[in-house]
Design a protein around this ligand. Structure first.
Ligand code: GLN
Length: 483
């Protein structure tokens, strides 16, 4: 059962080939048996899952259930889950049990989907390798000496290891697409504002966006149908109808204009990754798409701009973790200053502290204009590059990340090398655009991702191209050895 896609599981449930309780038991058993090898799931909600599955079976029997009814899922541990620990991968929130569900979690619960548990992640979603988690690193199911990517590495590894057919994730600078690429699965970061951020622990509020991960584009469409909604509780949620993302998957891609940015194929790109991506583009061309050379001239400024804006917003967002309101509190503080200081030094890991320091510095009175103001101007330029490009192309494609999964420790001591992991993904967050990664090849036994970027609210077109690509390739069906 764990090899079936969500779309196949929906049919299986409707045709009564198995019940949601059986399906849920199967995945829970699989998590129990093999999760230790990967450390992808950090909280298992077995009793709750079986109760939800039994309820789903009742709804299915009545014949008018939502397509997601009875489908088991994992949620990234950044989404608040009522009565279930929500740690955000941090010691700071190790003891935090929210009294409410994030809107994304609530949408799935209303549809009757079954939460199996919560997935591991980089602390406060800061990282590209899952090495910053308080709960220890996640291992890549394709090569357990290598990272799964981050920050949604737990969700990506869980899907690659068939511990769940789908999962939620979030992407502030690449955290859905990069781990999807490194773990050989599909993942979509929607347009900023398409999916509610309410109840999602904030990292950089103007960049954070939740999205689906699954093995296929078709499954991502099914998940996005449920995740996307207007939410008055999130002031940046966009009041716009949610189309049926499944309905346009089968459209022809003849005549589709695909922009290939020259900046995405420059120095620093692994030759194996480059070959795999070029082959994928040629396949799309033979399906009738037209490849157009384009330029996104300000691409190289995206990582520097991001590492001013994201830490600046993070330093403000994370000020709430002060040992008073919720989460970790240091032992026997001698006064208020000591409480703040020790709580935050003991509760936050090194990378989070680094970001808070950078962000506080960039926002300080004498430096605000020089750093934060400047970075916001650069953000405008990056956005204009994309607007210009989308005047002549329908989608933009290139690699998701510069190389396949690297070994543990390879970039841990060099933050700049780690930050460059997101060189091809960060610009879309700065511009607020949707982007997806789909598996498109293997290099040295590790998966490579093709990135597909669309115009605002053009998720349907991205999913259509990705689905059509998966009709003529089988990278998305491959499984790590023994899984
Ligand atoms: N890797 C990037 C960072 O460390 C992006 C993380 C994310 O998208 N959450 O900030």
């Amino acid at each position: 059962m764990h090899n079936l896609t969500i779309s196949e599981l929906i049919k299986g449930l409707q045709n009564k080939e198995f019940s949601s309780v059986e399906l849920t038991q199967h995945f829970l058993e699989r998590i129990r048996q093999i999760n230790d090898q990967f450390n992808a799931v950090i909280t298992v909600t077995a009793a709750q899952a079986l109760k939800a599955a039994a309820l789903a079976d009742e709804q299915l029997a009545q014949g008018k259930a939502h397509p997601m009814c009875g489908i088991p899922l994992l949620h990234k541990d950044i989404f608040c889950t009522s009565d279930v620990r929500t740690s955000c991968g941090s010691k700071m929130l190790d003891n935090f049990v929210p009294p409410y569900n994030a809107t994304v979690v609530e949408n799935f619960e209303q549809a009757g989907a079954v939460m199996l548990g919560k997935t591991n992640m980089d602390e406060f979603a800061m990282g590209s390798s899952n090495e910053t988690s308080f709960y220890g690193p996640v291992k890549n199911p394709w090569a357990t000496d290598s990272v799964p990517g981050g920050s949604s590495g737990g969700s990506a590894a869980a899907i690659a290891a068939r511990l769940a057919p789908g999962a939620t994730a979030t992407d502030t600078g690449g955290s859905i697409r990069q781990p999807a690429a490194l773990c050989g699965i599909s993942g979509l970061k929607p347009t900023y504002g398409r999916v509610s951020r309410w109840g999602m622990i904030a990292f950089a509020s103007s960049l954070d966006q939740a999205g689906p991960m699954a093995r296929t584009a078709e499954d991502c469409a099914i998940l996005l149908n449920c995740m996307a909604s207007f939410d008055e509780k999130d002031s940046t949620s966009v009041e716009k109808d949610v189309p049926d993302y499944s309905s346009s998957l089968r459209d022809s891609i003849k005549g589709l204009k695909i922009g290939i940015p020259k900046e995405y194929f420059s120095e620093g790109l692994h030759p194996g990754t480059q070959d795999a991506v070029r082959t994928a583009l040629a396949q799309l061309e033979s399906e009738g798409a037209e490849l157009v050379d384009i330029s996104l001239p300000n691409s190289s400024l995206s990582v520097p701009a991001y590492y001013v804006i994201a830490p600046a917003e993070a330093s403000a967002n994370l000020s709430r973790f002060d040992g008073v309101k919720y989460g970790y509190r240091c032992e026997n503080p001698k006064d208020l200053q000591d409480l703040y200081c020790r709580t935050r030094s003991e509760g936050f890991g090194e990378e989070v502290q680094r970001r808070i320091l950078i962000g506080t510095y960039c926002l300080s009175a004498g430096y605000y204009d020089a750093y934060y103001g400047k970075a916001q101007q650069v953000r405008q330029l990056i956005q204009q590059d994309f607007s210009e490009a989308f005047k002549s192309v329908d989608l933009i494609m290139g690699p998701t990340c510069p190389s396949p999964a690297f070994k543990f420790g390879a970039k841990g001591d060099d933050p700049v090398a780690m930050y460059l992991e997101d060189i091809y993904t960060i610009a879309t967050n700065l511009a607020g655009l949707p982007g997806m990664s789909v598996p498109c090849g293997m290099v040295e036994g590790k998966p490579v991702g093709l990135q597909i970027i669309g115009n605002y609210f053009d998720e349907s077109r991205i999913l259509n191209a990705a689905h059509q690509f998966q009709q003529v390739t089988d990278w998305h069906t491959q499984a790590p050895e023994g899984l």
